[in-house]
Design a protein around this ligand. Structure first.
Ligand code: NDP
Ligand code: AKG
Length: 446
């Protein structure tokens, strides 16, 4: 079996060797899915995985924009349209200086499996730009988003490709992007998700990724007769996913000890309660400040500059910032300190060494493509509401989100069982693969 995986990976590396994040994401899938393909005649010999690792389309374009001082800047924009076997391309846009083709291809590849797991009819895509929103005025953000959309609008549409937010792209950016799409195409449609409530957005979409991650973690905990009640929870990030993961942990009776940003992390020994979390939301979403300011406001907190929070002893860890933020040493520290469960809110935050350590220690570990699927699932629900021209209540959307997360958990258990221990990585990869592979087989070699 190892030979087969090696031969496959050599071919992937030959074509994409300069794209480390993409290779990392493919390797993880290959290790779990190739053995399954070999055991199942209908998939064997069809080169399905080899077709899945090649984007159906990768668009790269110039984005020229003018700052508040009249200076002209050029950034690179992208959209990776990875796989449309089960529905139109769907996935977020990331604005961050680290964005490149490798990062977006890994995200788009993961998205294909994630979207399949939601059971909703969505293919996988991802896009963005190496534009850095930090320190830019609202007007500069608007001009950049408008310039970005003047090109992107040719490649997307409510039946073709439906982008949404990701790192650096929140409600403000989606508004500017939507406005320009509407103006150019003269069409008011559900072309983007994460829209504002008064112009086609869905209740619970802002909360969905964080809430969904905690719902998934709760399902995992139930398998060992545990709950969030009274548990110490360490969270990284302080953006959209981290904020609502923290909120849901509080709803379920857990104690949130940490949050972070790219500057460092804060540890509040008394816990980040509802009022303190409201401060963080205002700091990050309105004032666009740094997490270090939390420690200036609350004396119970320490700020650890340039560090990640994994050395803080906890029962549950929720990495919600970015890829490869939790390595093998961090995993060893978490395990040593008694951590029983890790659920990824971010995409691929744990390195392969960290994942192996979690599996070896047989603690509960949920990969992002399963545990953070609540965001895109609720985007799918936003698309449904747009098509039906109705808005569901908060309770209705939350109920559907919970149901979807519970079903994803069950699919992982179905495909991931290893003598009583659930390997959620294997479960998510195989369950996500089967639906897409069946559709690809039905549609022929295209
Ligand atoms: N938004 C969504 O619906 C979904 C998001 N995700 C994933 O969740 C993760 C977080 O996204 P989201 O919360 O939306 O993004 P936000 O932009 O709202 O927040 C990102 C957070 O991560 C921190 N961060 C970003 N890059 C780094 C880095 N290189 N090192 C340390 N910290 C970093 C940011 O800190 P700083 O402000 O200093 O940059 C910020 O606190 C990403 O992996 C994303 O792909 C997954 C599914 C859906
Ligand atoms: O809601 C969406 O379409 C995108 C969510 C996303 O980018 C992700 O799941 O990583």
């Amino acid at each position: 079996m190892e030979d087969k995986i090696k031969v496959f990976m050599n071919e992937v590396i030959d074509r994409n060797g300069h794209e480390p994040e993409f290779i990392q994401a493919v390797q993880e899938v290959a290790e779990t899915v190739i053995p399954y393909i070999v055991q199942h005649d209908i998939y064997h010999g069809k080169n399905i995985l080899l077709r899945m690792v090649e984007p159906e389309r990768l668009i790269s374009f110039r984005v020229a924009w003018i700052d508040d001082d009249g200076e002209i800047h050029v950034n690179r924009g992208y959209r990776v349209q990875m796989n449309s076997a089960i529905g139109p391309y769907k996935g977020g846009l990331r604005f961050h200086p680290t964005v490149n083709a490798s990062v977006l291809k890994f995200l788009a590849f993961e998205q294909v499996f994630k979207n399949s797991l939601t059971t909703l009819p969505m293919g996988g895509g991802k896009g963005g730009s190496d534009f850095d929103p930090k320190g830019k005025s609202d007007d500069e953000i608007m001009r950049f988003c408008h310039a970005f959309m003047t090109e992107l609008c040719r490649h997307i549409g409510p039946y073709t490709d439906i982008p949404a937010g990701d790192i650096g792209v929140g409600a403000r950016e989606i508004g500017f992007l939507f406005g320009m799409y509407k103006k150019i195409r003269n069409e008011f449609s559900g072309v983007l998700t994460g829209k504002g409530l008064s112009w086609g957005g869905s209740l619970i979409r802002p909360e969905a990724t964080g809430y969904g991650t905690v719902y998934f973690a709760d399902s995992m905990l139930k398998t060992i007769n545990e709950t969030f009640e009274g548990k110490k929870v360490v969270i990284s990030g302080s953006g959209n996913v981290a904020q609502y993961a923290a909120e849901k942990v509080l709803h379920l009776g857990g104690k949130v000890l940490t949050l972070s940003d790219s500057g460092g992390f804060i540890y509040d020994k008394d816990g980040i309660d509802k009022e303190k979390l409201a401060f963080v939301m205002d700091l990050k979403n309105n004032k666009r400040g740094r997490i270090s300011e939390y420690a200036d406001k609350y004396p119970s907190a320490e700020y650890h500059k340039g560090e990640t929070p994994w050395k803080v002893a906890c029962d549950i860890a929720l990495p919600c910032a970015t890829q490869n933020e939790l390595d093998g040493d961090d995993a060893a520290t978490l395990i040593k300190n008694g951590c029983i469960a890790v659920a990824e809110g971010a995409n691929m935050p744990s390195t392969p060494e960290a994942i192996h350590a979690f599996h070896d220690a047989k603690i509960l570990f949920a990969p992002g493509k399963a545990s953070n699927a609540g965001g895109v699932a609720t985007s799918g629900l936003e698309m449904s509401q747009n098509s039906l021209r109705i808005s569901w209540t908060r309770e209705e959307v939350d109920k559907r989100l919970k149901g979807i997360m519970s079903d994803i958990h069950d699919s992982c258990v179905e495909y991931g069982d290893e003598d009583g221990y659930c390997n959620y990585v294997k479960g998510a990869n195989i369950a996500g693969f089967v639906k897409v592979a069946d559709a690809m087989l039905a549609q022929g070699v295209i």
